[in-house]
Write a protein that binds this ligand. Structure first.
Ligand SMILES: Cc1ncc(COP(=O)(O)O)c(C=O)c1O
Length: 356
């Protein structure tokens, strides 16, 4: 199968998996609900959960650059990493299916939830449908060491191996979000918005780092971007994001990050640990589902949206201000959490002024 490789951000080769700009959608029902609480900001959703492949999501923007490099290098087999419920793994599986590449997923137990549905429904189920080979590691086995052995074995069979790091979060992958920054800037200009904040979840940091690099390379202040840490604590996430944003700027020949203060990371929504539900995440998922009919996910965007809601309720953004929430996908994860969350959702009552 022939695939068209085009020049993308800063002239780097990419293969189209996203299908053009995603929508910037106003959340009018949610705005109306929040107005009854005295919150008057404009709320916009950047719909990176709506893409024409693999259920969509932020990882496809990164994979556009990673997989163009794989095709250009003449490699035919991809190995990547993630947790059992990794969205990155599922989207890599889908993209490899589309591009005719063999896909191996090295999956580890990163979340202490052992229900059957967590182990096999949602993303791992879709991985199987997309035809990827999943290698589920016991706790304590190093994914990197396992991948090296696997790569050696596959090479001996004559396969040409490419290894994509966790979350695709390298300067090459981050280009996908540097490009998205330009897309958002254009949409904001066309709609005449007064954007005071762009919020998103931060896991392996490539999304926030790429967006930050893209924003800075347009000579805009990146302090309006807030990443909600859902995987590691504030200090670690800030360190990783700042480093990767700086490396991405260097990668595209735009210098490096000179001011660490231009990266905002908020870890207030992390809860007990990565992948562990929080009551505020449940409220956020229910609120957006019941006001707009749009799903967040329980691990990433649900926690990040809870953070944005908290900032809106604190009065940080007022009348005439607009905020953008980056919808990064991950909805298959909801199917893995039914047992853990069913009761919490049932007890979320909807009142005329919203969810209580
Ligand atoms: C649905 C979803 N949202 C957000 C993120 C966070 O993106 P990043 O790893 O680039 O920080 C992920 C990462 O796995 C994800 O799957």
């Amino acid at each position: 199968m022939k695939h068209l490789i085009k020049n993308g951000f800063a002239g780097f080769p990419y293969v189209d998996l996203v299908g053009g700009p995603t929508r910037l959608q106003r959340a009018e029902n949610l705005e109306a609900m929040l107005r009854r609480e005295g919150i008057n900001a404009g709320i916009y959703l950047k719909r990176d959960d709506l893409m024409p492949l693999g259920e969509g999501g932020n990882k496809l923007r990164k994979l556009q650059y990673h997989l163009a490099a794989v095709l250009n290098n003449g490699q035919d087999t991809v190995i990547t990493f993630g947790g059992v419920q990794s969205n990155h793994a599922r989207l890599t599986a889908a993209a490899c299916a589309r591009l005719g590449l063999e896909c191996h997923l090295v999956l580890s137990q990163q979340v202490d939830i052992r229900t059957d549905e967590f182990q096999s429904n949602g993303n791992p189920w879709l991985n199987r449908i997309y035809g990827a080979s999943s290698h589920l590691l016991d706790r304590g086995t190093s994914p990197q060491a396992f991948a090296e052995i696997l790569a050696e074995r596959l090479s001996r069979q004559g396969k040409k191996i490419a290894v994509i790091p966790t979350g695709g979060s390298t300067p090459l992958g981050a280009l996908g979000y540097a490009e998205c920054a330009a897309e958002i800037a254009e949409q904001v200009k066309a709609a005449g918005l007064n954007v005071k904040n762009i919020s998103m979840a931060n896991g392996s940091s490539g999304t926030q780092a790429g967006l930050t690099a893209g924003w800075i390379s347009q000579d805009k202040g990146s302090d309006i971007i807030t990443g909600y840490a859902v995987m590691a604590d504030q200090q670690d996430t800030l360190g990783t994001t700042t480093r990767l944003a700086s490396q991405t700027l260097e990668f595209i020949g735009r210098g490096h990050l000179t001011d660490a203060l231009s990266v905002n990371v908020d870890a207030s929504q992390l809860g007990a640990a990565y992948g562990q539900p929080t009551p505020r995440m449940v409220e956020a998922v229910a609120l957006l589902a019941r006001s707009e009919g749009i799903l967040l996910d329980p691990v990433y965007s649900g926690k990040a949206f809870a953070g944005l809601l908290e900032k809106l309720r604190s009065g940080m953004y007022g009348s005439g201000d607009d905020v953008i929430f980056l919808m990064t996908g991950g909805v298959p994860g909801l199917y893995a959490y039914q047992g853990a969350l069913e009761e919490s959702f049932l007890t979320q009552a909807v009142s005329p002024t919203g969810i209580q």
